[in-house]
Design a protein around this ligand. Structure first.
Ligand SMILES: [Cu+2]
Length: 448
């Protein structure tokens, strides 16, 4: 195994690099200096090729960082619930079980591992008894491959106050909360107006794999119910929700420093005889990018870059960058047929390492991919209000480019939510673990 503290601004040797593994009986000491804003982090295994198995076996947990606005023990200036009983982490993981009750894990590779049972903090379809007051939930999508669109059966809002990287500027009331694997949401739910005995279900109406499924050819079960709240008897104790969430911290504004460079990065898959065999980034294999620096991204420390992630597949992929928090600049639809024509015109490229399967000594396109801007359709869309904070994981929709502004170090721009400027090797990858475990992950390197 290799442990990754997801969302942590960590030195490379403590980041859970996929080959920095240790085996049963061995020890590995990780150093987390927590030099970053209060936020909902989570830790999970990251060992090369077996992350899905290890996360399924249980290695996933929540890690909360507190700060002056949101101190440990509560009583901070925001007056938000802190700690039990009114602040509760909810780790969502869909699972499949064998007839004997053991957890199902596929023998071979499945393009997506989608469960038909909702577990929350390891318990199937749980019920939580709640008082008639304000609750704070740190929701983590710890599922292998399932994206959720969560809503409450009572139709009351889910009020999002924080993203992956910390507090938003102001609360965002949501009728539904979209959360892809790896993403976190710090949310409030006000039960003060609910009646004693009332039952409220967290529902989910997202199709898997998000957003369209893979058709009848490979149907996946829906998961319409996640967990239930039952409201306790007793007097209502309403609480005021702060309208300003960043008191001792600068408001989040778009990074004003122009990017020193643009990178164009693609999400692609290889289908052989109607079977999906591998999912890739940039048509580059992990071990090729390990071996050859010219096949990996090498941002300079303390600079701002723009990463343009182009999804050429029918599935939305949650893309996660280790080490940093970024801002979503925008998303834009593409004429993917025309873009692919231009992209394939750069290739084919000879693969430098031996891969069987999928056999074949070439991939259809060269590296790096071309700029998709000439193939854009319609206007670019700004991120949703609940995405307009610091993010480390972003959902990249099919047939679109998602543009990110990424500071690679604490000195890259003013008012960043993290304090370190590390150099060294990290990874960026799809957070659908079945994809990450089958080549949808590449090393990148922050250089001096
Ligand atoms: Cu993916």
């Amino acid at each position: 195994m290799s442990l990754h503290l997801h969302g942590s601004n960590t030195e490379p040797q403590s980041d859970g690099y996929p080959t920095d593994t240790f085996t049963p009986g061995q020890t590995y000491v990780y150093n987390f200096n927590n030099n970053q804003e209060a936020s909902t982090l989570w830790y999970h295994d990251h060992a090369l090729g077996i992350t899905g198995l290890n996360v399924l076996a249980g290695l996933a947990g929540v890690y909360l960082i507190r700060d002056i606005d949101d101190p440990i023990g509560g009583n901070g200036p925001l007056n938000l619930p802190s700690g039990e009983p009114y602040e509760i982490p909810l780790v969502l993981q869909d699972r499949k079980f064998n007839p004997d009750g053991s957890i199902y894990h596929p023998k071979g590779w499945e393009s997506e591992l989608i469960g038909d049972v909702a577990t929350v903090n390891g318990k199937a379809w749980p019920n939580l008894k709640v008082d008639r007051t304000l609750y704070r939930f740190r929701i983590v999508n710890g599922s292998s491959d399932r994206t959720y669109n969560l809503k409450l059966s009572s139709k009351q809002p889910i009020i999002q106050i924080g993203t992956d990287g910390g507090m938003l500027n102001a609360p965002v009331p949501l009728s539904s909360l979209l959360l892809s694997p790896g993403e976190r949401a710090d949310v409030l739910i006000d039960f003060s107006k609910n009646l004693p005995g009332e039952k409220i279900v967290i529902q989910n109406d997202a199709v898997s794999p998000f957003p369209f499924g893979r058709g009848n050819f490979f149907p996946q079960p829906p998961l319409p119910e996640i967990m239930q709240f039952t409201v306790n008897a007793g007097a209502a104790a309403p609480k005021v929700i702060p309208q300003k969430l960043r008191l001792h911290k600068p408001l989040i504004k778009p990074i004003a420093i122009p990017p020193v460079r643009q990178r164009f990065l693609t999400l692609v898959e290889t289908i052989i005889e109607n079977k999906l065999v591998v999912v890739l980034q940039n048509y580059v294999y992990w071990d090729e990018a390990e071996q050859y620096p010219e096949l990996r991204e090498r941002p300079k420390v303390d600079t701002v870059e723009q990463w343009n992630i182009i999804n050429l597949q029918p599935v939305a992929h949650p893309i996660h960058l280790h080490l940093v928090f970024f801002q979503i600049l925008n998303r834009q639809k593409l004429d993917t047929a025309q873009y692919l024509r231009a992209y394939f015109a750069t290739g084919p490229r000879k693969v430098r390492m031996h891969h069987t399967p999928p056999g074949g000594s070439t991939v259809p396109a060269n590296y790096p991919p071309p700029d998709p801007a000439p193939f854009a359709i319609g206007p670019a869309r700004l991120p949703a209000p609940n995405e307009a904070g610091w993010k480390d994981t972003v959902l990249v929709y099919p047939g679109e480019v998602t543009r990110l502004i990424v500071p690679f170090g604490a000195q890259a721009a003013p008012n960043l939510p993290f304090g370190n400027s590390f150099t060294g090797r990290y990874v960026w990858h799809c957070h659908m673990i079945s994809h990450e475990d089958n080549e949808m992950m590449l090393p990148y390197e922050v250089v001096a």
